[in-house]
Design a protein. Structure first.
Length: 175
């Protein structure tokens, strides 16, 4: 029986003679929960984003004649948007990313997988933000910079940090 570079024999047992199957199963569950967390987090973040846009448009409607569902209409009229009206999509992106990362981190099972799940949600949201910045090419530079720098990765880290606090609080309450 030979030894692999990992110190395990060909039988799948470690040097101590114990099976690695429970460890592999645990790793698989960790990965599966992180993946589910990312999926559910992206979904929850999308709902939060859409909800924020909907509420924001009720409070600060787009300029007269602009169809917010049509990128060409937004591009043609972006100069008519006030700063307050531009803050609506900015808030939606930030809130959506925060909620998505929070949900992903709450579902993931280990401290490391929670951070990874939250950052994956943030990275996917950032990709969406870059795509939107390319589509709404007439948006003010300050808006694009603030949106891409503040609304995604920092909000994902904020969602992860809040999930960490929730989990610590739950751990303290059960002990």
């Amino acid at each position: 029986m030979g030894r692999s570079h990992t110190g395990r024999s060909d039988t799948g047992r470690s040097d101590t003679g114990r099976s690695d199957t429970p460890r592999r199963a645990s790793r698989l569950v960790t990965i599966l929960l992180a993946a589910v967390g990312v999926f559910v987090g992206v979904f929850a973040g999308s709902i939060a984003n859409i909800g924020t846009i909907f509420v924001g448009m009720q409070l600060l409607p787009p300029p007269e004649g602009v169809n917010p569902g049509d990128v060409a209409s937004i591009n043609a009229n972006i100069d008519r948007y006030s700063v307050a009206q531009l803050l609506v999509p900015l808030a939606a992106h930030a809130i959506g990313t925060f909620v998505g990362a929070l949900v992903a981190a709450l579902i993931a099972s280990t401290p490391r997988s929670r951070l990874v799940a939250a950052l994956v949600v943030g990275a996917l949201s950032l990709v969406g933000g870059v795509m939107m910045a390319l589509e709404v090419s007439n948006a003010p530079v300050w808006f694009i910079v603030v949106d891409l720098v503040v609304a995604y990765i920092p909000m994902a880290l904020g969602g992860w940090a809040l999930a960490r606090r929730f989990r610590r609080g739950a751990a303290c309450a059960t002990s």
